[in-house]
Every structure is written in C-alpha cells, then in structure tokens.
Design a protein around this ligand. Structure first.
Ligand code: NAD
Length: 292
C-alpha cells in the first residue's frame, strides 16, 4: 500500500475504535478481572480496555515500580476504587495462591483472568542453556499453569462460571529461528488452555487464547536481547523492525497493545459466551494459515 493510504486506513481504524467506546451499556459492568503482567504493554492496555467496559481490575506484576506506575495511571483514568496493583512472581506457587486470595477479597470475587506475564528470550539451540530453557518454562508454561489453576479453583468455587484468557504468541503455532525455548513454552500455553476448556465446560468456565504477532510499541520485551536479535536478523534497528513486521503482514498494518486488548475483551465478555478452547491470532494477517 502507498504510505498515505496505509496511514489513512490506520487512522480510520483508530476512529472506529473510538466510536466503539462511546457511551452504551458497558459489557463488563460489575465484573472483576485479574491481569498478570499488568505493568507491561499488553497487560496495561488490557486492564484499560476491560475497565473501560466497567470491570474492576487487579493488575499484578513482578516489577514493583512499573506496577505502581500502571496502577496510578489507571486510578487517574478510572478512579482508585476500581483498580488494585498486587505484586506477584507467577512462578511461585504460594505467591500465586495468596494473590488470588487477596484479589478475591479486594473486589469480592473473580470473573475474568488474563494470564499474560511473560518474557522473551532468544538463543540458537546450541547456545540455549538449561537455565535459559528453564526460565522460559518457569514463567511461560508453569506460570500460566499456576495462574490458571488458581483462577479455575476460585471460579469453580464461586459457581458462576468465568473466562480465562491466555496471551500466548504467534510463536505458539509458528517456529522462529533462535527461539526454541520461547516457542516451545508458548505452544504449551495453547494446549493448557484447551485442557482448561474441557475441564471448565461443566462449570461454564471458558478458556481461550489470543496470539499476538510482534507488538513493538509499549512492550518491554522488545527492548532487551529479543529485540536486538530480531533486529539483527532483519538487518535493521528497532525502529525499522516495526516496519518489517508491518510489511510482512497481509493487511500492512502494525499490531498495537490495544489490538491485543480488543481480542482479550472479546473472550472476556459474554459476546463470546459460546467460544471456548479457541485461538485468535491478532497479527494483521500473518497467521500460519498463509504461506508467503
Ligand atoms: P512486557 O514486557 O511489556 O510485559 C510483560 C510483563 O510481565 C512485564 O511487566 C514483566 O514485569 C511481567 N513479568 C515478567 N515475568 C514475570 C513474573 N515472573 N511474574 C509476574 N510478572 C512477570 O511485554 P508484552 O509485550 O506486554 O507481553 C505480554 C505477553 O504477550 C507476554 O506473555 C508475551 O510473551 C506475549 N507476546 C508479546 C508479543 C510482543 O511482540 N510484544 C508477541 C507475542 C506474544
């Protein structure tokens, strides 16, 4: 697409998104959502999107400083009574259990759980140390397990159903060179969600997955070794990377945290009441269904 046309389309999409948020009955009024990695790009955007629909949000993260900033930002936008920031390391069983106990106390229950906290690390297989492999498994695989198990237990005990949403990755389905630990851990999240969907169905607990493609803006994982390695593989710098991904997509559009939040909001709300065990790629058309 010519540059101007691409810009116009992006502008139009933003305007559409704004219109969609005009006053109407809020889809998540009275609901409580917990979002892990809530201090990060996709996590904060998700909290904002769900709160915009009337939900109360518990955002949790391992990064205390960033968490406090995100909590303050959301409190300014929506009021301090509807957001709570709680520290957690998602790899620690006891910390995760206390998190859910505190979250349930904060707003009287839990309806939506978004498992999103993550890292990204890059290394060719021969240079993948056991420690690197384990770190990916701990945060992305075990972390998603611990978080969703506690959410499941709480939702089942409440007896009113619920929605669990995993933020996995395009790399859950598509391999990337130099990222075997990340890809393998992300793939396990999809299968875990399907198992949750099976076991949750009798209790109206749904589990679905949103797979982002590269979301550079606002994301801290791109600022580290992951971004550096990806940029080097495309012979560009981090500014050039966004363009690389945009050009690679079918729609010639960049994917932003707000786009991922939109997919999450879909699975979080009753609009998707009849979807469980599903995967939504939010990638401007760069999914594994195409060969290019
Ligand atoms: P981000 O780094 O901005 O946010 C991730 C957050 O997770 C950070 O705030 C970090 O502190 C937190 N976190 C990391 N380890 C944790 C732990 N042990 N316990 C609690 N919190 C922890 O990254 P993002 O882009 O917002 O990524 C969110 C999710 O989306 C991740 O699971 C990531 O793998 C996935 N994803 C991102 C992209 C992308 O391009 N940004 C693409 C595909 C998938």
């Amino acid at each position: 697409l010519p540059e101007q046309e691409a810009f116009d389309i992006e502008y139009w999409l933003l305007e559409e998104a704004k219109l969609a948020r005009l006053p109407r009955q809020k889809a998540l009024a009275g609901k409580v959502a917990l979002i892990t990695g809530g201090a990060g790009g996709i996590g904060t955007a998700t909290a904002r999107r769900l709160m915009g629909e009337g939900a109360c949000a518990v955002i949790c993260d391992i990064d205390k400083e960033a968490l406090a900033e995100a909590e303050a930002e959301l409190a300014r936008e929506f009021g301090k009574d509807v957001v709570r920031g709680l520290w957690v390391d998602v790899t620690k069983e006891e910390a995760v259990a206390s998190l859910f106990a505190e979250a349930a106390r904060a707003f009287g229950g839990l309806d939506i759980c978004v498992s999103n906290a993550g890292i990204a690390s890059a290394a060719p297989i021969e240079e993948t140390t056991l420690a690197l492999w384990q770190r990916n498994m701990d945060i992305l695989s075990t972390g998603y397990f611990l978080i969703s198990r506690e959410a499941f237990r709480l939702m089942k005990a409440q007896g009113i159903g619920g929605s669990i949403v995993f933020v996995a990755s395009k790399n859950a389905l598509v391999a990337s060179a130099g990222a075997s630990a990340y890809c393998t851990a992300k793939a396990s999240e999809v299968q875990l969600a399907r198992c949750l969907a099976l076991e949750g169905a009798p209790h109206q607990i749904r589990a679905n997955v949103v797979n982002p493609d590269a979301v550079l803006r606002g994301s801290r994982i791109w600022k580290g070794e992951w971004g550096t390695a990806r940029a080097a593989s495309y012979k560009t710098d981090s500014d050039g990377l966004e363009e690389v991904y945009r050009e690679r997509s079918l729609l010639k559009l960049s994917v932003y945290p707000e786009d991922i939040a939109e997919g999450i909001a879909f699975f979080a709300s009753s609009i998707s009441a009849k979807s469980t065990g599903n995967v939504l790629n939010v990638d401007a058309g760069h999914a594994p269904s195409f060969t290019r």
